[in-house]
Design a protein. Structure first.
Length: 219
C-alpha cells in the first residue's frame, strides 16, 4: 500500500501527528482548524534568525546583521538585551499560526516534545520564547515532563539567558559547535570562535543542563 505519513509541515510551525494518511493530509489542507486527523504528540518551532549565513547553510533563515538598515551592533543580538522588531513580528505571526492550527479533540494528549530549531533560536529573547510556549500550552497542552529542546550557538547566550530559558521549561540544549579549530570555523563561515565554544560548554555545565549535545561537521 501507499506509505503513511506522520507529519504536517507549516511555514514556521510543525506538529507531528499519530497515524495520518496522505489522503487525509491532502483533503484537509484548505482548512487549518480541521487539518489534524489525530492528536499531535510533538511540535517543531522554526526560529529562522542568525547573525550571519554560514557558507554551508541552505536553511530558510534571516541574517540579522546583513541588513544595511541595521545599526545595532552584533553584541545586541548575542546578549538579547534589545528586541529586534523582525524577531518580534515573526513570533507574533507564529503565535497566530499556532492558534489557527489548534485541535479540538475531546481527549487530546499533551505535547511530549517541543523542539526549537532554526536558524539560531538562542538569539530570540526569553520573553518571546515564553510567549510561544504559553501558546503551545493553551492550544495543545504541554506534558509536565515534556522535553523542550533548543538549538543554541556559542556566542549567542550567557549563563543568565540560559537560566531564564530553563525557568521557562527548556531542558535540552543542542550546541551548534561544528568544529574545535578556529581555521575550520572561519572556513565554514561561523560567527563564533573556539574560545566561545568552551565558554558555551561551561555555561551549560554551570546552569546544570543534564541533557545536552553538540553538533559537529564532518567532511
Amino acid at each position: 500500500g501507499k506509505p503513511r505519513t506522520s507529519r504536517l509541515i507549516f511555514k514556521g510551525f510543525k506538529v507531528v501527528l499519530e497515524d495520518t494518511t496522505p489522503s487525509a493530509r491532502r483533503n484537509a489542507s484548505t482548512n487549518l482548524t480541521t487539518l489534524h486527523q489525530g492528536p499531535p504528540t510533538s511540535a517543531y518551532v522554526h526560529l529562522p534568525f542568525c547573525r550571519k549565513r554560514c557558507h554551508y547553510c541552505d536553511f530558510p533563515i534571516l541574517a540579522l546583521g546583513s541588513s544595511s538598515s541595521s545599526t545595532k551592533p552584533s553584541s545586541v543580538y548575542e546578549e538579547g538585551k534589545e528586541d529586534d522588531p523582525r524577531i518580534t513580528n515573526y513570533v507574533n505571526l507564529l503565535v497566530r499560526e499556532i492558534k489557527a492550527t489548534r485541535t479540538d479533540f475531546d481527549t487530546s494528549p499533551n505535547l511530549e516534545t517541543v523542539f526549537f530549531g532554526g536558524g539560531t533560536p538562542s538569539l530570540v529573547p526569553p520573553k518571546l520564547v515564553s510567549l510561544v510556549l504559553e501558546t503551545l500550552s493553551s492550544s495543545f497542552g504541554l506534558s509536565p515532563d515534556a522535553e523542550i529542546s533548543m538549538e543554541m550557538d556559542p556566542g549567542t547566550f550567557g549563563a543568565q539567558k540560559l537560566k531564564e530559558l530553563m525557568e521557562l521549561g527548556v531542558n535540552r540544549v543542542s550546541l551548534g559547535v561544528q568544529a574545535f579549530q578556529d581555521e575550520l570555523l572561519k572556513a565554514c563561515g561561523r560567527a563564533h570562535g573556539v574560545s566561545q565554544v568552551y565558554e558555551a560548554i561551561e555555561f551549560v555545565k554551570e546552569c546544570g543542563v543534564k541533557n545536552w549535545s553538540m553538533d559537529l561537521i564532518s567532511s
